[in-house]
Design a protein around this ligand. Structure first.
Ligand code: GRF
Length: 197
């Protein structure tokens, strides 16, 4: 059984997609052991609670230095003896020591077709604003392993989504989540849990 930790910052719809997929048997051989948020107000923590999963908040703001936060985050992750860490809308940079220790065990979902609209400054709605500003007709989502760079690790899965006339960043974000993110992330976890990647 793959022990999964999910890291979140916001609403947690991707977390929900993972929990639903486990409940429905679309993901097999995996269990979410903990949900970690940097944001005490993240609704994702409520979703964890509703599923009887420990929800932990570690905010950089509660630590004197970034180093102290980084150490605490790594210690927390270590506590759960995780096989896979899933970044599901986690907006904090993963400490280098954690990337080294969990090499090829951390995956992230990014709401574009990498290498488009990714890297420093491309997060949340900004990704979709940039896609619309460039006038692309296709965008999508990418699941990739996390390495020391920003959105630069090996790509696991991608799915394209159409950009439609009249799209606003919010409308496009919603379509990318529904058609790509909520499917790809559970699919990636299932593949890893069943040794297919
Ligand atoms: C998603 O678009 C994800 O790709 C991103 O932030 C959003 C998180 O949404 N980077 P949620 O918290 O899973 O609802």
């Amino acid at each position: 059984m793959l022990k999964v930790g999910v890291m979140v910052s916001g609403g947690g719809t991707n977390l929900q997609a993972i929990l639903d997929a486990i409940d429905h048997g679309t993901i097999t051989n995996a269990k979410v052991e903990v949900v970690i948020s940097n944001n005490p107000g993240a609704y994702a923590l409520e979703r964890a609670k509703g599923h009887g999963i420990p929800g932990v908040c570690l905010s950089p703001k509660s630590f004197d230095t970034r180093e102290a936060f980084n150490e605490a985050l790594l210690a927390k992750v270590d506590e759960y003896d995780l096989d896979l860490i899933v970044l599901a809308g986690f907006l904090v940079t993963i400490p280098a020591a954690m990337i080294r220790k969990y090499r090829n065990k951390i995956i992230n979902i990014h709401p574009s077709l990498i290498p488009s609209f990714c890297g420093v400054g491309y997060y949340g709605l900004k990704v979709h604003e940039a896609a619309l500003a460039r006038g692309v007709k296709l965008t999508g989502a990418t699941v990739h392993f996390v390495d020391e760079g920003m959105d630069s690790g090996p790509i696991l899965l991608q799915k394209a989504v159409e950009v439609l006339p009249g799209d606003t960043p919010k409308i496009l974000q919603q379509r990318v989540m529904e058609q790509a993110e909520w499917k790809l992330l559970p699919q990636a976890i299932d593949l890893i849990a069943n040794g297919k990647l």
